[in-house]
Design a protein around this ligand. Structure first.
Ligand SMILES: [Zn+2]
Length: 198
């Protein structure tokens, strides 16, 4: 049996997971599902190789100064309070949510085009720029999937107010119509009983 060697002719080392021979630079082979998963994890995060991870992140920061600013601490807060930063954050969160729900999630800021100034559902002005208190502004923007199962893809996402999205949530058109009719009936009853609709 020829001894396993890596591309530079160095001999194989025991896999850190299963002890089988491996020449992988991650120190883990691909013989078992657990090894494969561990190798993938190390490939992405350089786990156990802090100097590699530090160097990679330093290079990334130098190559992406705007993204670096947008992703850290106080600068991140200030950036997210701007209209552009607010929308970029909504898009990023939508993509994360889409991946978690296992629906397509390829939306980018450019796909949203010109941002609406008024909520297409409620007709109220939309207030861009995240609130500093951290509480969701009901009149802030939110991303609404027109057909939910199609995911966050260009053409299937529109901007509505947070309040419209909350009201609609998962009610059907019919249910929302019944709720609206009930609200009208209750209001009429109040008017008859008290002469006031509040
Ligand atoms: Zn292994």
């Amino acid at each position: 049996m020829t001894e396993l060697r890596d591309s530079r002719g160095r001999p194989a080392k025991p896999c850190e997971v299963c002890d089988g021979p491996t020449t992988s630079k991650y120190g883990v082979c691909r013989a078992t599902a657990v090894c494969v998963r561990e190798q993938g994890r190390r490939g992405r995060t350089a786990a156990g190789r802090p100097e590699v991870a530090r160097e990679a992140s330093r290079r990334w920061r130098l190559a992406n100064p705007e993204k670096q600013r947008a992703s850290s601490g106080r600068c991140k807060m200030i950036w997210e309070a701007t209209p552009a930063g607010h929308i970029a954050t909504l898009v990023r969160h939508a993509r994360t949510r889409g991946r978690r729900e296992r629906v397509p999630a390829t939306l980018s800021r450019a796909d949203l085009g010109t941002l609406p100034t008024v909520c297409p559902v409620l007709g109220v002005p939309i207030e861009y720029g995240a609130s500093r208190s951290g509480a969701a502004n009901p009149y802030g923007p939110s991303l609404d999937r027109i057909i939910p199962r199609l995911g966050y893809v260009p053409g299937n996402v529109r901007i509505v107010s947070v309040r419209a999205n909350l009201l609609r949530n998962d009610g059907t058109a019919e249910e929302l119509r019944l709720v609206a009719e009930d609200a009208e009936r209750i209001r009429a009853c109040r008017l008859r009983a008290t002469g006031s609709d509040t």
